[in-house]
Ligand binder design. Structure first.
Ligand SMILES: [Zn+2]
Length: 256
């Protein structure tokens, strides 16, 4: 089976840069793509304040849901504390909104988050952790408090089932053509320049991967265990991730 692609837009908050999001929305509309959109319901992260509070934020989210976009929970307030990344399920960064906290504290945050979603008429089924950072207690809190049973994260070539959740792996941050597998391409519209957005549109049309774009609902998720190939791919991804800063430094040193 040929490669399929899921698109994911991160950091939808009431302070997002609506013009850039509109530009991305138009591209998705043109190419018939229905992405996952990761929504932070009560954003307090000063780094995500791109404009004044948008009073029509939830109306916009509703419009997207009506278009078939998958509304995902992206944490609660997007505020971080320090953690040791080696203690995370996916060790990208030394920061988290959830990991390392007691189950009770995490449960409280998840409950406050889901309350805001429900108050606005949404019942998300997908979890997207801020900075990919969460632990097994976060998953337990999600099970207790929400109807979420899908995690958009992790490194594998196909979706897999683990810890009572369906994981749709997220492995790409730009358009890349693949031969097989299910690939999630994650974009952050707020931090993209208009040139980046144009480039993204160009890459989509050149690669033609929009023809193989799929959605969470069309994936037909199964209780599949990670295969040997998934495990090798994941192992190599994380080894490369760990040596990347060293490679960068070595390159810098050589150029200097
Ligand atoms: Zn985020």
């Amino acid at each position: 089976m040929k490669a399929r692609y899921i698109f994911r837009l991160d950091d939808a908050t009431s302070f997002m840069d609506t013009k850039k999001w509109k530009a991305i929305e138009e591209i998705f509309q043109q190419y018939g793509i229905v992405p996952i959109v990761a929504v932070t319901p009560d954003n307090r992260d000063p780094d995500l304040m791109y404009q004044e509070l948008n009073p029509n934020f939830w109306k916009l989210i509703k419009e997207w849901e009506d278009k078939g976009w998958e509304i995902a929970m992206h944490g609660y307030q997007h505020l971080y504390h320090k953690v040791n990344r080696k203690e995370l399920l996916f060790p990208y960064y030394d920061r988290s909104e959830f990991a390392g906290l007691t189950f009770k504290k995490q449960q409280e945050k998840i409950r406050k988050s889901i309350d805001i979603f429900r108050k606005n008429g949404f019942d998300p089924k997908v979890w997207v952790a801020p900075s990919h950072s969460f632990d097994s207690k976060t998953l337990r809190a999600l099970l207790c408090e929400t109807n979420i049973n899908i995690v958009s994260d992790g490194i594998a070539q196909y979706p897999f089932y683990e810890r009572s959740f369906y994981f749709i792996p997220q492995q790409l941050w730009s358009v890349k053509k693949k031969k097989y597998g299910v690939w999630t391409i994650c974009l952050h519209p707020d931090t993209m320049s208009y040139e980046d957005i144009e480039q993204f549109k160009y890459d989509l049309s050149i690669s033609q991967i929009y023809k193989a774009a799929t959605s969470v609902k069309s994936l037909n998720l199964k209780k599949r265990q990670k295969s040997v190939n998934d495990k090798i791919y994941s192992f190599l991804f994380w080894r490369l991730y760990d040596i990347k800063p060293w490679l960068k430094r070595a390159k810098f040193f050589l150029i200097e």
